[in-house]
Design a protein around this ligand. Structure first.
Ligand SMILES: [Zn+2]
Length: 239
């Protein structure tokens, strides 16, 4: 892992509004408490989410953007970038890689958090096709696109965005995690962030219990003491 003293800026890239809160909000609250600057970039507008068929998809997209913005505030994040790709149809396309490379060059993060491009057979929910595609595009944007001046040359020549090297990536939902963050102290804020996604949560009463069970199992896998909730990541050196 990069020296935490050297990490100042972090960019979280996800497919949908709410993904960051399921995967990483407890860890992010610790980082913002420590004074690190965290930004979110969400690839889709989330318009295929929820089960309310009476809402138009445009209404759903607007609701989800507002929900993600409110959830971010719960964990100290105020800088959000919505790319507006259609929900359910994300591909690790050159267009998405360019858009992510643009955000990376603009924000110059030391660390990127993204979703796993690998299918996790133990957690199918984490392996939604949009998650895998967004994760793949994010890793391609980290290496090589954002650091190579000749990748998407218009970013440099037209937009004056200098190349930038991200030094490490934390992959959420990986089948092979390497790092378990004990989020005991920020668990309540993670729950509060997830409750902001009201359009997506069908049973808010059972949310906390579900999270406690799931995150405690992760902690046990990571060798943390019994009953501690943990978020798991595969940390990859990229710089
Ligand atoms: Zn998702």
């Amino acid at each position: 892992m990069a020296d935490p003293q050297q990490v100042a800026r972090i960019l979280v890239i996800t497919a949908h509004p709410d993904d960051v809160d399921f995967g990483a909000a407890g860890t992010i609250a610790q980082w913002t408490d420590a004074g690190l600057e965290v930004s979110y970039c969400i690839a889709t507008n989330g318009d295929a989410g929820g089960s309310d068929r009476s809402l138009s998809r445009a209404e759903m997209a607007a609701i989800r953007q507002a929900e993600q913005t409110a959830a971010a505030k719960q964990v100290g994040v105020h800088d959000l970038h919505f790319l507006g790709y259609p929900d359910g149809r994300v591909e690790a396309s050159l267009a998405l890689r360019r858009d992510l490379a643009r955000v990376i060059r603009l924000l110059r993060p030391d660390r990127v958090v993204c979703q796993s491009p690998e299918r996790n057979y133990l957690r199918m929910g984490a392996s939604h096709p949009d998650h895998r595609a967004a994760g793949s595009a994010a890793l391609d944007a980290v290496y090589p696109d954002s650091r190579n001046p000749f990748a998407f040359p218009e970013l440099l020549t037209e937009e004056k965005l200098e190349p930038w090297t991200v030094r490490e990536v934390w992959i959420s939902g990986s089948p092979t995690p390497t790092t378990y963050v004990d989020i005991t102290d920020t668990f309540a804020r993670k729950v509060a962030a997830l409750r902001c996604h009201a359009s997506q949560i069908s049973d808010p009463d059972s949310l906390e219990e579900f999270l406690r069970g799931w995150l405690s199992r992760a902690a046990t896998q990571g060798g943390l003491p019994e009953g501690r909730p943990a978020e798991a990541f595969q940390v990859v050196q990229t710089g």
